[in-house]
Design a protein around this ligand. Structure first.
Ligand SMILES: O=P(O)(O)OC[C@@]1(O)O[C@H](CO)[C@@H](O)[C@@H]1O
Length: 314
């Protein structure tokens, strides 16, 4: 069983529009609503691959009730922590050339009792999970040490922990020893406080995160590829991701693929690449089904192209 925790989940509404013009009334050609939030997406992707998964998340208001119904309909077990605020709705505008503009709401502010209830809901279930996957931004009311506390508590249950967050919430959790962290280019650069121009820079940054406490680093570096630094070595891979439809959730799909394939070494990196590329070819924050994957198109090497420039974050 893979347990996910999403402290600030969302309903993701995507509008497909011909072009984004500021200040205009825009008419959408199509729209869709997906369950959202990074941990929720990991649950959706591992459920699509046939794994049992429980999603722990605070839920409030009619949006929270709809999110729960959508997840249950996908075969995901929901461990809901009721909160007084309303679950957020995040908006994406997708243009035909693959450009995507996203507007993420702050989400409800959690009370100290709700924050504590969320921690307890995770640690009560972490012992029975092969992985506990902690993902996304922290809502108001949860301080920057919240993930650090969660990782420390979950470790005591013997759980393996994957962490995908950014800024101080990430750096403060590193000393607690997460088994794998999954930054993108910007998040990795922010964590080491330096600009990353090449794959070689990303390798050095990943090694720094390991020195700070992470046992492994899976870095999703956009069109440039993905990097894994773990106890099996340093591995690099790419997968063609065209045509680009929407890169929302591609990092979450990558993490899900990585964990579904054992969460260690080049085989797991190849699965991450296949899932990430498939997610980019799908609309909105749709997560790939096994039929969407093209594992034959993935290339993985243990000799990363250190001089290769890094592109935009994904
Ligand atoms: O505001 P956060 O928590 O950083 O990100 C939330 C979010 O953008 O991440 C997912 C894609 O990774 C979406 O489903 C969701 O809308």
């Amino acid at each position: 069983m893979i347990l996910t925790v999403t402290p600030n989940p969302s309903l993701d509404r995507t509008y497909e529009i011909p072009a984004l013009t500021r200040g205009a009334v825009l008419r959408a050609d199509a729209d869709r609503v997906d369950p959202g939030g990074k941990g929720v997406n990991v649950s959706r992707a591992v459920a699509a691959a046939g794994h049992r998964t429980i999603a722990v998340l605070p839920l409030g208001g009619p949006e929270g009730a709809l999110l729960e119904r959508l997840l249950t309909g996908l075969g995901i077990e929901v461990a809901a922590v009721p909160v007084t605020g309303r679950t957020r709705v995040n908006i994406a505008a997708a243009e035909p050339d693959g450009t995507l503009t996203k507007l993420n709401a702050p989400g409800p502010e959690l009370t100290p009792a709700e924050s504590h209830a969320l921690l307890s809901a995770v640690t009560a279930r972490a012992g029975g999970a092969t992985w506990t996957v902690c993902c996304g931004s922290l809502p108001r009311g949860l301080d920057d040490d919240w993930y650090a506390a969660l990782v420390a508590r979950a470790r005591r249950t013997g759980a393996r922990i994957a962490l995908d967050t950014s800024g101080p919430a990430l750096t403060r959790a590193l000393p607690a020893g997460p088994d794998v962290v999954k930054p993108n280019t910007d998040e990795l650069a922010t964590a080491v406080r330096r600009h990353l121009a090449t794959v070689g820079d990303a390798v050095l940054a990943a090694e720094d995160l390991r020195k700070a406490g992470a046992r492994a680093v899976l870095a999703t570096l956009g069109a440039a590829g993905q990097l894994l630094v773990d106890d099996t070595g340093t591995h690099w891979g790419t997968a063609p991701a065209t045509p680009v439809r929407s890169d929302v959730g591609a990092g979450d799909a990558s993490l899900a693929g990585f964990l579904s394939a054992g969460g260690r070494g080049p085989r797991a990196l190849a699965a991450a690449l296949a899932h990430g590329a498939a997610a980019v070819r799908l609309p909105g924050s749709a997560m790939p089904e096994p039929a969407d994957l093209r594992p034959d198109e993935v290339t993985v090497t243990s000799e990363p192209p250190l001089e290769r420039p890094l592109g935009a974050a994904r």
